[in-house]
Design a protein. Structure first.
Length: 177
């Protein structure tokens, strides 16, 4: 299922999904037996454990964390937050770079953005260039790990080693941010 601590409702819905898959093998559905079909589409999670891991957040908890952190933001942090969220929600595909000395709240803004979007069940890949900064980000990974960037023998011809139809490629395509 992919959820470490699923709610009773999530577990029940996933059970319905599994039953539906079994019935589909016999050209039947849950509605044939007057049962309610699953409310969520679990197919991607069932097929891709990397995707399931990224969806293993409790949206209500994520929304609460985001709301609490938004209240703590200064004007500049809130402006950056609002611009990033608007870009994601409008699917603009913009690139943002937060610049500032250590301790100015860059990671705080990134984490608040991640909480806010995960509260909407958006897949957020928190990626950083170093292991230290990746540890500060909620669910953070290094760019080398996430994108399979070669470390040794890097040349102008080097490319990321992610096969087009791999589970990792599917995760990256599904990401909202």
């Amino acid at each position: 299922m992919g959820h470490e601590n699923p709610t009773d409702e999530q577990a029940h819905d996933y059970e319905l999904f599994l039953l539906e898959r079994i019935l589909n093998d016999s050209s039947r559905t849950l509605t044939d037996f007057e049962m309610t079909p699953p409310q969520l589409d679990w197919s991607l999670q069932a097929e891709n454990p990397l995707l399931a891991e990224q969806l293993d957040y409790n949206p209500a908890e994520e929304r609460a964390l985001a709301e609490a952190d938004i209240q703590k933001m200064n004007t500049e942090q809130r402006e950056a937050f609002d611009r990033i969220i608007a870009s994601v929600e409008q699917n603009l595909g913009k690139i943002f770079f937060l610049e500032g000395a250590g301790g100015t709240g860059k990671s705080f803004v990134y984490n608040t953005v991640a909480h806010h979007l995960r509260g909407q069940s958006v897949i957020v890949l928190c990626v950083s260039s170093s292991g230290i900064s990746a540890l500060i980000l909620v669910g953070g990974r290094t760019a080398h790990f996430m994108f399979k960037i070669p470390i040794d023998g890097l040349t102008s011809e080097s490319t990321c080693a992610i096969p087009k139809e791999s589970l990792r490629a599917g995760l990256i395509r599904a990401a909202g941010l």
